[in-house]
Design a protein around this ligand. Structure first.
Ligand code: ADP
Ligand SMILES: O=P(O)(O)O[C@H]1O[C@H](CO)[C@@H](O[C@H]2O[C@H](CO)[C@@H](O)[C@H](O)[C@H]2O)[C@H](O)[C@H]1O
Length: 496
């Protein structure tokens, strides 16, 4: 670690004030900016760490910055804290052409007046510096670079920024490691580190085991460790892998069968669920807890129908999916809940050239509070996410391949059953409720981000509202289904 990497700025009002007008312009344009559509009204500094001193060839700051935004007041709603973003800001006299896409702007006044600032994740030296800090387990100001000593990190690996659309930012090092830098950060235990570490401890090799990670300890000495911010995770790079979404679209375009890949993916999902249930707490959801789950689903439906008028005609049918689940709970059915992935879809699955599936991105739905994302949930929620994904892929095919989604959905469930011993289709009420909840989420997501895609979740909405889609007959059983136990463990009625 270079001698320059030493100083933490505890207060740097001049720095943030000089960056303010540039960040107001630049931040909302970033894919990972979570507060789209609401103007940024100002910034406040959570922490600033000087990684390379300013004024030379290259200066480098690590910043945690709160972006304050105008929020339409909702009567009675609690005030939301402003989102906190992680920024790695480089400053140079001028940017070489290769860094043009990283430009944030030219600073007019303050400590960096006359300098050009940019997103330093695009630059080699700053990202090399991060890897070196992780390799050596550095502590720089409040930044803690920590690692699993059993894994080797070679020095000198060449970095390159991942340029595809992401919710965070990732840097690949020499095709050996990938470092995900979280952009919107919150204090607390982050499932994107917590779950892969737990799975690695459990010997589950469906998830790349974290090699090293970055935390920021900003609380006073002696404060609980879980108040630290997790800022990034380094993990082995799965070489030559394609994600499940790309693969599914490729097979669809060739008119080829994806059933065996889907079955293997079902097995991989069940392996992850089984390992998580072994190593982290599970709970039984009785009437009260299920009613709370259902209340949440109904609330999301109401909010979605408010936001997207196209959903309104289906609302009564969709509500019946949730009421049916509440009805089973009222009759005494119980379900097991455990830690799950929380945001599973084809894009979160990588297949290596040998055909092995890996699950990545255990962050959960980033818009939800951390405490909610870390709550045990029925594993069927992940299954429902994947089933929706097969439906999405089928809709993207041109020409369409009749029956493709149903075949994949059935194969996935049967693969899942082979490993877990329980076929999700044998609990159609729970599955329909979770598929419905996910499809409603997707309607809102597409209306906000990709209005052209809105017909995809809406077509599922019309089937789900009519009570179709997840009934066992809608998903034909594959031969391996015969291995499913005749009395599945879920839903379970409590013993008298
Ligand atoms: N271990 C890995 N090996 C290879 N590629 C990976 C790995 N982890 C992530 N990726 C690639 O990086 C992309 C983004 O990773 P992800 O964890 O989903 O980030 P985000 O939360 O920003 O969406 C993935 O879609 C995948 O293509
Ligand atoms: O960025 P994230 O991975 O956290 O997920 C968000 O974006 C996804 C789209 O990129 C969106 O997924 C939906 O579209 C996918 C195809 O692009 C499809 O495979 C998924 O099944 C579907 O839900 C996801 O919902 C959203 O949270």
């Amino acid at each position: 670690m270079s001698k320059a990497v030493t100083r933490t700025l505890t207060t740097s009002p001049g720095l943030l004030a000089s960056l303010d007008p540039l960040l107001r312009e630049w931040l909302p344009r970033q894919r990972w900016f979570a507060g789209k559509g609401r103007p940024v009204t100002g910034f406040s500094l959570v922490a600033a760490t000087e990684l390379l001193p300013p004024g030379g060839k290259l200066g480098l700051y690590h910043l945690l910055v709160r972006a304050h935004q105008a929020i339409a007041p909702v009567p009675g709603a609690p005030e939301q804290p402003a989102d906190c973003y992680q920024l790695l800001i480089g400053e140079r006299e001028a940017l070489p052409p290769r860094l043009a896409p990283a430009l944030i702007g030219h600073v007019a006044d303050g400590p960096l007046a006359g300098r050009t600032v940019y997103d330093a994740l695009y630059d080699t030296r700053p990202t090399e510096l991060l890897l070196e800090a992780l390799r050596t387990g550095a502590r720089i100001g409040g930044l803690r670079f920590e690692r699993d000593d059993s894994q080797e990190i070679r020095s000198g690996l060449v970095p390159r920024l991942v340029t595809s659309e992401q919710s965070n930012s990732s840097v690949i090092y020499g095709d050996t490691f990938i470092l995900k830098l979280l952009r919107r950060v919150v204090p607390g235990v982050n499932p994107d580190l917590e779950l892969p570490l737990a799975l690695a401890r459990e010997g589950c090799d469906r998830v790349p085991a974290p090699t090293a990670w970055i935390r920021a300890e900003l609380a006073p000495a002696g404060a609980p460790a879980d108040e630290a911010y997790v800022l990034g995770v380094l993990q082995p790079f799965v070489q030559g892998a394609a994600d499940g979404w790309e693969l599914a679209l490729r097979e669809l375009a060739k008119g080829e069968d994806f059933a065996s890949a889907a079955r293997a993916l079902g097995r991989a999902t069940a392996e992850v669920h089984t390992a998580l249930a072994r190593t982290l707490p599970t709970v039984t959801l009785g009437h009260t807890q299920v009613q709370q789950l259902v209340d949440g689903m109904v609330e999301r439906l109401d909010a979605a129908a408010q936001a997207v008028p196209a959903l309104r005609p289906y609302a009564p049918g969709l509500r019946s999916a949730f009421e049916a689940l509440a009805g089973l709970a009222a009759e005494g059915c119980t379900w097991t809940a455990q830690r799950i992935h929380g945001d599973l879809h084809l894009g979160q699955c990588l297949r290596s050239p040998g055909g092995q599936w890996w699950l990545i991105d255990f962050e959960g739905e980033p818009s939800k509070p951390l405490a909610e994302r870390r709550m045990p949930q029925p594993p069927v929620r992940d299954v429902a996410g994947m089933l929706r994904s097969f439906d999405y892929a089928a809709h993207s095919a041109d020409p369409s391949v009749p029956g493709w989604a149903d075949t994949c959905r059935a194969a996935y469930c049967s693969g899942y059953a082979q490993v877990s011993g329980a076929d999700p289709r044998t609990d159609p009420v729970l599955l329909r409720a979770y598929e419905t909840d996910k499809a409603i989420y997707e309607v809102v997501y597409e209306a906000r981000h990709r209005p052209d895609w809105l017909p995809v979740p809406l077509s599922a909405i019309s089937r789900l509202a009519a009570g179709a889609d997840t009934s066992p007959s809608a998903i034909p059983a594959t031969p391996s289904i015969s291995s499913i136990p005749s009395s599945p463990p879920s839903p379970r009625r409590p013993r008298p």
